[in-house]
Design a protein. Structure first.
Length: 195
């Protein structure tokens, strides 16, 4: 689990490098125009103010892709996600993974919150926190585990072997190997009118 500062500094064409990741609040405003001694002055560009949560350096984040058939656009998986690595670890039993993660957190006395990330407009103003990201990252369809009161550096959580509940496949084969069956209702895209 890395700290938010790690994600801010990663330079991989905005794959992980997100300067808004985990900030508390964002404020924005238009360019400023004013008159000084009869002369019109323009401060170029919009301004952005990022406000950080307390003890930011003690926050640790673990992220992974969440296949969400109920959310349009989460399958097939956007190929930009394959830039994260040559191989993908696919969980075959999500509930068991969550159970093992919870047991590990409790036994190691680590408090954490887990949830799906909500994606907000790129011009969003207001609270962000660790479970909101700008819409330009929506293709990442993230599930996150966020732990506060960390050591101020990356943190490891030992959950034991996961060989019995996961498989590793080449990233470029994910969309060929995974088939999604919508058991309830219809696929989200089918509900939208065709143009």
């Amino acid at each position: 689990m890395n700290t938010p500062q790690y994600f801010w500094k990663v330079e991989d064409e905005e794959l992980r490098g997100d300067p808004f990741d985990c900030i508390a609040t964002v404020a924005r405003g238009p360019k400023v125009q004013f008159t000084l001694d009869g002369q019109e002055i323009v401060a170029e560009g919009e301004w952005i103010l990022r406000m950080y949560p307390p003890e930011l350096e003690k926050i640790n984040i673990f992220c992974m892709y969440a296949l969400r058939p109920s959310t349009a656009g989460s399958f097939p998986i956007d190929e930009r996600n394959f830039l994260f690595g040559d191989h993908a670890l696919v969980f075959l039993n999500r509930d068991e993974f969550m159970r093992r993660m919870e047991i590990a957190l409790v036994s190691q006395k680590i408090r954490g919150n887990a949830d799906l990330v909500e994606y907000v407009d790129d011009k969003y103003i207001g609270e962000i926190g660790p479970f909101r990201k700008l819409k330009r990252f929506a293709y990442q369809s993230e599930w996150r585990l966020v732990c506060a009161h960390g050591p101020g550096r990356p943190r490891k959580i030992q959950i034991g072997s996961i060989r019995d509940i996961s498989v590793i496949i080449p990233s470029d084969q994910v969309n060929n190997e995974i088939k999604v069956n919508f058991e309830q209702g219809t696929p989200p895209d089918a509900a939208e009118p065709r143009r």
